[in-house]
Design a protein around this ligand. Structure first.
Ligand code: MIC
Ligand code: SF4
Length: 654
């Protein structure tokens, strides 16, 4: 009898390479064929520099996936030449190698990908952690470091460990003014930011029927904050409606889990019991219900980001503002998700509600979500419909950022404080037109690329060479770090630093610059040749963004090993890809015994790696500390080669 498969297994089995199509065991290493890739500008420059390096700049090397899209949405301010140069590089490199280019102003990559390229049953990897947004239509979309995208473009399959598939069964219906964002915030409260590592949440149950693709995308998008590999919904009537609206029925198919299939874990959620939620500073899982903090005054409200910028969210916001003004004490800003969303708002006559109400209507970009403008006032309170509220990410160090649904944010924009959105009156009818004729500006690559010259401005520096690690090392403890260090802590974003994403020597000077500014000074006081460090970290090291820059700058600054209680998935992978060894304590109490500036000795690293256990000698106490590192043979070879680029170049440069 044919096995009954859940949806995740179906997609994995139709893309898995070389295991006779058996359902893999949880955490078993697997390789998948990748159908689509996406990049955004802030990770894209490096991803394409790496692609060029993998294929040794052979000009005829067109990418080897069915669809590759390069979006510009993060660093769009162009305050000086660096940023504009990066965009020009991205546009020309796309034309050269056969990649679709989406220029700045088209919209936010995840919103655009969902609207224009998502496809039930396909696989997508993207160099942005919120790539799983597109899994809202029953595809398997995963966020990765840019080097993984570069390898997929060259034709490499994507390696990962088979995630545990958790069935999230939704029952009943949401109450009025409670929305998809509250579902995901509720789940964050239950599972925390590290609860989803190496898991996929697969949503089923009667409760999903009334959730539109826009609602589902809010949930799959923010599944990233749970640390999930991805989140997935079936492709059903709602999905059909979505594809019809976007004039893309040719890409549509129904796709469900088999009846009676099994899951690794199950969790049932009664939607009727959820109330409006808010994540408090400084973590997306610091969630309380609105009732618990009602009355908290806000200085700023931002609506948008890849989590909540869909046409549905925008229609709600604009309808609620009809005939009203925003609270004069609050600065209210909106970023629609795409130009198409703006166009529809205009067609429906809804933009004028925003203008009349006094809302600042911005270009459809990431904007304030990535610290590109709209920093809150000093010690200000900002309520945002975004997905992350890590300390300092907004651009104001002492600001307090809260995360909520568009419903709660709209009420705060009008009342000046956090209140239950039922104060807004009747819930408006959200009538999304059946069809709309609007074609975004995608720039398709020419068939004949011989005339295309790749533009490289002075900000685009060659990739640094990463030498393999020595077999025997004495490493200084550079810093002992707490739990949940995010990649925003390791390497912040913001206008100034984002401009240096294609310049590793320059960006490396900003490592930990907001949280621990003394670290770089400490490094600079040590002669370059003697820079051999280890970082000690708590749980969930490297949560958040997929930016591989956060891993490269560690290696560039001499960090050879990170010993943590646990790691976030993408960052662990990025560390391996750039030749940094991510070790986990066997016994977490060893963490307490190590101090800043202690020395750690590692002997025979290469042979120790083969046994998945590495013994460290703590020089001050002479104690042996046991650590683990479960790697596939390929990952071991990657570390020994000094990173994945060195490893794959061998294969493709011939
Ligand atoms: C983010 O939301 O932190 C980003 C900016 O989109 C990152 C990617 C980056 O740092 O370029 C992400 O989520 O992966
Ligand atoms: Fe852009 Fe923010 Fe989404 Fe990251 S989380 S892709 S910065 S909108």
């Amino acid at each position: 009898m044919k096995p009954r498969l859940n949806l995740t297994q179906k997609i994995i089995l139709s893309h898995i390479l070389g295991n006779n199509k058996k359902i893999p065991e949880p955490l078993e290493p697997i390789k998948l064929k990748i159908d689509q890739t996406l990049t955004q500008d802030a990770t894209g420059t490096l991803a394409y520099l790496q692609y060029e390096s993998i294929v040794c700049n052979k000009k005829n090397k067109k990418v080897r996936v069915s669809l590759a899209v390069s979006y510009v949405d993060h660093n769009t301010l162009q305050t000086s030449f660096e940023n504009s140069d990066d965009h020009k590089y991205l546009q020309t490199v796309a034309a050269k190698y056969g990649i679709i280019f989406s220029p700045a102003g088209n919209g936010i990559c995840h919103q655009l990908h969902l609207e224009n390229f998502s496809k039930p049953g396909s696989t997508l990897i993207g160099s942005d952690s919120h790539t799983p947004t597109s899994s809202a239509v029953g595809m398997l979309a995963i966020g990765v470091g840019g080097l993984e995208v570069a390898c997929a473009l060259a034709g490499e399959p994507f390696s990962l460990r088979m995630p545990k598939v958790v069935n999230i069964k939704l029952k009943n219906k949401l109450q009025e003014f409670v929305s998809a964002k509250d579902i995901i915030l509720y789940l964050l409260k239950q599972f925390t930011v590290k609860g989803g590592v190496n898991k996929i949440f697969e949503y089923t149950g009667e409760g999903i029927r009334i959730l539109s693709v826009y609602d589902r995308a809010t949930i799959t998008n923010m599944g990233t904050e749970l640390g999930l590999t991805s989140s997935i919904f079936p492709s059903d009537r709602q999905t059909y409606k979505f594809f019809k609206f976007h004039n893309r029925l040719k890409d549509f198919k129904y796709l469900y889990p088999d009846e009676g299939c099994s899951y690794d874990e199950e969790y049932e959620l009664d939607l009727a019991k959820i109330s409006p939620m808010v994540a408090q500073p400084h973590s997306p899982d610091n969630v309380v219900s609105v009732d618990e903090i009602e009355g908290l005054k806000v200085d700023q409200v931002c609506i948008g980001s890849c989590t909540n910028s869909s046409i549905k969210d925008m229609i709600f916001f604009s309808k609620m503002l009809k005939g009203r003004k925003v609270n004069p004490k609050v600065s209210v800003i909106v970023y629609p998700g795409s130009r198409k969303v703006m166009y529809i708002l205009e067609k429906l006559g809804l933009l004028e509600n925003l203008y009349n109400a006094g809302v600042r209507v911005m270009e459809p970009v990431c904007g304030a979500c990535i610290g590109q403008g709209q920093a809150p006032i000093s010690a200000g309170i900002s309520l945002r419909t975004f997905n992350r509220n890590f300390e300092g990410r907004s651009g104001t160090k002492d600001a307090k950022v809260y995360l909520s649904s568009v419903e709660v944010a709209t009420a705060a924009a009008i009342y000046g404080e956090i209140v239950h959105p039922k104060v807004l009156g009747r819930y408006p009818k959200i009538l999304i037109p059946e069809k709309i004729n609007f074609k975004p500006l995608f720039i398709y690559p020419p068939k004949n690329n011989t005339q295309v010259e790749i533009f490289r401005g002075p900000n685009i520096k060659p990739l640094p060479e990463i030498p393999p690690l020595a077999d025997n090392m004495i490493l200084k403890v550079l810093k002992k770090l707490p739990d949940n260090i995010s990649t925003d802590d390791i390497l912040p974003a913001g206008t100034k630093i984002l401009s240096l994403r294609s310049n590793i020597p320059a960006i490396s000077k900003y490592m930990f610059c907001n949280k621990y500014p003394e670290i770089v000074t400490k490094i600079e006081n040590i002669p370059e040749k003697e820079r051999m460090f280890v970082l000690i970290a708590g749980h969930n090291y490297g949560q958040g963004s997929s930016r591989e820059h956060a891993a490269i700058v560690q290696r560039y600054n001499g960090i050879c090993v990170v010993v943590a209680k646990s790691f976030a998935r993408i960052h662990k992978n990025n560390l391996i890809n750039f030749g940094v060894v991510p070790l986990e304590f066997f016994d977490e109490t060893n963490y307490d015994e190590i101090q800043d500036l202690d020395e750690i000795i590692i002997e025979n690293l290469h042979s120790q790696l083969q046994f998945n256990t590495v013994f460290l000698i703590h020089k001050r106490t002479n104690k042996v500390i046991k650590t683990r590192l479960q790697l596939t043979q390929e990952e071991k070879d990657i570390i020994i080669a000094g990173g994945k680029l060195n490893f794959v170049r061998e294969k493709y440069c011939k």
